[in-house]
Design a protein around this ligand. Structure first.
Ligand SMILES: Nc1nc2c(ncn2[C@@H]2O[C@H](COP(=O)(O)OP(=O)(O)OP(=O)(O)O)[C@@H](O)[C@H]2O)c(=O)[nH]1
Length: 730
């Protein structure tokens, strides 16, 4: 079984390799055990702190690693009013997430790989010194090498990228145990839930609901509104030219910059009064493909990046020339087997370790969808980064390493990321999943092994709340290109293709790309007021231009449209929009875009903020009532417990001030008890008070802005939803 040869085991508290019940053929090749352990210390130089994960030396006043986004431990609460901070206490000259990197790379039409120096052309676009930097190219990429180089090139353009704030929790075994099926009383909730039990093989008349579903008050997660979603087409080709630079369509706009900056407006208004305009709704005539955000998740080393790289290469998103380059570089570093993974794991740190650390974004087209691939890290240290992808995903590919021992390790209760990732994506509302049973070449394409995995994992996924009919199973080999975008050529797979497909599978095709096309279009909130949580912010200090990156969760925006930026409360105008290397005029719910704003000071746009319709702001609040589900953790939550509170891309310190009542796990009803503490797997209504306000909405109004996680001491203790906003800042 191919292993990573440069895995610095000592750096990681994984336990993955300690899993002694299974036969790990850990190939040390002079690495691993023989390497000198790295010091896992926080600070090694004056004025710097040393990231224990990626080993980068960060400025002392950074609370999260500039490179990998991992929080400094213990979390340093930054002092305000240092000259490097914005008015909101957020540094604006820090590192980038790969999410931002990718989005930004797309803005520049090229994934930057090394230091480049740019100058501005008369049309406002950037040109790399000595070459055509703005040429069309691949739409995937990473940015921080470029960023680092650019930041130090003071006479030229450089882009400040605010730190990726979504350093959120890893709700562990919550969903598994907390979500274990149990009987439920509400018949109303049970309509149309007839599915067969994968465990017993018996058809049951109702599917019992998970605790999480009950907590959310959901009968079952929406499987998508076909009619609406089918009409949503690929807006990215809005601009027929399709390949213009970010600034190319700006000249026509004659906006009075000064008149755009308005007085802060922050009071929330009920969206019931909102009426969408015609352009905000997708038009079938536009003939565009639906955008689908697809998270690639799974246990460490299962082959997520290799699979993603393969798909991109097979679908022409990575050229042959680029592929040769990756192969050559990977071989030179003695990691030939990682060539495809290198297409996504571009940072030196990731390549050196042979692991993904941050979410990489890439784009590809299937027959039906314009797919945004979110390749997640599998290692448990980077679960927070994985979550940043999962929160935006419409569906997921769960990649399984089928080799003996590896599959079992991924399902291990305490250490398995197959388990954790499956729970996480379900808790973030993803209900459609493709299980890519990878590395089938290692097990000789054994049908028995495939069936074993399907049975074991199927039962677990069912317990997480995935309907059997929403799970597709595909045996693949990313390494040997089997069953990815074409029918398997290996006779061991092709001869019994039908036997691999279960009777309940939605997927009736022959390969992974077919399975992607069999995903039901996700429902979108087109006719609600604009909500776009800001994942990353890109700032150009010289031009003063600022771009907010993220996924539009509700409503729409277009060039010239005014948006309210919260929590600052300032109004800016959309100067341009860009998605997948293409300028576009309109972005609607479901679209991942970079929104360049005009008429607003860059310091007023921060990650963790939200772009809203100016007349319908989201709430900014500190005092919230939550319905939470405790994970399978030993640490209880007490009245007075200090916690990290996470909602969309925002993070805030807070305190539990009240435990109002427990929620009965069987009925979903509140009990009268008001306990002093919450233990593992309990559900409850609690009240939290945050140190500072966050942009938030009640779950019933906007799911994406109403899902929360609570963490302490580097562990996620509970996940939940915002039930009530108690106070609202104006
Ligand atoms: N034999 C075999 N090896 C594979 C296959 N897919 C991936 N690998 C190998 O598995 C190792 C890990 O692959 P990656 O793509 O980096 O795995 P990953 O899941 O992205 O890793 P993390 O993101 O760090 O969790 C590499 O050595 C790959 O060459 C496969 O289908 N068959």
């Amino acid at each position: 079984m191919p292993r990573k040869v440069n895995y610095e085991v000592d750096d990681y508290d994984d336990g993955y390799y300690d899993y002694e019940d299974y036969d790990y053929q850990y190939d040390v090749e002079g690495h691993g055990q023989n390497e000198t352990p790295k010091k896992n210390q926080d600070t090694i130089k004056t004025g710097l702190w040393h990231c224990p994960i990626c080993t980068f030396d960060n400025d002392d006043d950074l609370a999260a690693c500039d490179i990998c986004g991992v929080l400094r431990n213990p979390l340093i609460k930054r002092s305000k009013n240092t000259d490097k901070e914005t008015v909101d206490g957020i540094r604006n000259d820090s590192g980038a997430s790969i999410m931002a990197k990718s989005l930004f790379a797309s803005m520049l039409h090229r994934a930057p790989k090394k230091a480049v120096v740019c100058r501005q052309r008369s049309d406002g676009s950037l040109l790399k010194e000595g070459s055509d930097f703005l040429m069309n190219g691949t739409s995937k990429g990473h940015f921080h090498d470029f960023y680092k180089a650019e930041s130090s090139t003071q006479n030229f353009y450089y882009f400040n990228i605010a730190p990726f704030k979504f350093d959120v929790p890893s709700p562990d075994d919550m969903v598994s145990n907390g979500l274990r099926s149990s009987k439920i009383t509400s018949k109303a909730n049970l309509k149309s839930l007839n599915v067969s039990s994968s465990v017993t093989g018996k058809n049951t008349s109702v599917r019992t609901l998970s605790s999480f579903e009950r907590m959310e008050g959901l009968p079952v997660p929406s499987t998508g509104n076909r009619d609406v979603a089918v009409r949503e087409k690929n807006f990215s080709s809005e601009n027929d030219g399709g390949t213009q630079g970010l600034t190319s369509n700006l000249k026509d706009m004659s906006l009075e910059v000064n008149s755009l900056s308005q007085e802060p407006t922050r009071k929330p208004v009920s969206s019931a009064k909102y009426k969408s305009e015609k352009w905000m709704l997708p038009d079938q005539k536009e003939g565009k493909m639906t955008q689908l955000s697809l998270a690639i998740v799974g246990h460490v080393d299962s082959g997520k990046s290799t699979l993603s790289g393969r798909l991109l290469h097979l679908l022409g998103r990575i050229s042959q020339k680029e592929m040769h380059k990756y192969e050559k570089e990977a071989k030179q570093q003695g990691k030939g087997s990682f060539a495809y993974a290198w297409a996504l794991d571009e940072s030196a740190e990731e390549r050196e370790r042979g692991i993904t650390m941050t979410v990489a974004v890439a784009y590809l087209d299937s027959k039906r969808y314009h797919v945004v691939l979110l390749d997640s890290p599998g290692h448990k240290d980077f679960v927070p980064n994985m979550i940043s992808g999962a929160t935006q995903a419409d569906a997921a590919i769960l990649v399984i390493d089928s080799s003996v021992g590896s599959f079992e390790a991924g399902l291990d209760k305490n250490k398995g990321q197959t388990r954790e990732h499956a729970q996480l994506i379900r808790s973030f509302g993803v209900d459609q999943i493709i299980v890519a049973v990878n590395k089938m070449d290692v097990v000789g394409y054994s049908k028995e092994r495939f069936d074993f995995i399907k049975q074991r994992l199927g039962a677990f996924l069912h317990s997480c709340g995935f309907k059997d009919s929403m799970v597709s199973w595909i045996p693949v080999s990313a390494m040997e290109n089997q069953n990815l975008v074409g029918a398997a050529s290996d006779v061991r797979l092709s001869s019994c293709r039908k036997a691999y497909i279960g009777s309940t599978d939605r997927y009736k095709g022959s390969h992974l790309l077919d399975a992607i096309d069999s995903i039901q279009p996700p429902s979108r909130d087109f006719s609600k007021p604009l909500r776009m949580p800001i994942c990353d912010v890109i700032k150009s200090q010289s031009s003063g231009q600022v771009s907010a990156c993220g996924k539009v969760e509700a409503g729409a925006l277009r060039t010239g449209f005014k948006v309210l930026v919260l929590p600052s409360g300032y109004v800016g105008t959309v100067r341009s929009l860009e998605h997948d290397s293409k300028a576009c005029n309109v972005a609607r719910a479901g679209d991942n875009v970079a929104v360049t704003l005009q008429g607003i000071d860059a310091t007023h746009v921060i990650p963790g903020g939200v772009l809203c319709h100016p007349d319908f702001p989201v709430a900014i609040a500190t005092n919230l009532e939550l319905k939470v589900l405790m994970l399978d953790v030993e640490t209880p939550i007490l009245i007075g417990s200090h916690l990290e509170f996470h909602v969309h891309h925002a993070k805030q310190a807070g305190r539990v001030v009240k435990i109002l009542s427990l929620i009965d796990s069987k009925t979903g009803k509140m009990t009268k008890k008001a306990p002093r503490c919450l233990m593992a797997k309990q559900s409850a209504v609690i009240r939290v008070v945050l140190d500072d306000a966050v942009c938030v909405e009640e779950f019933s109004s906007c799911k994406a802005l109403g899902r929360v996680s609570l963490r302490a001491s580097g562990r996620t203790l509970a996940v939940g939803i915002v039930d009530k906003i108690i106070n609202v800042q104006e």
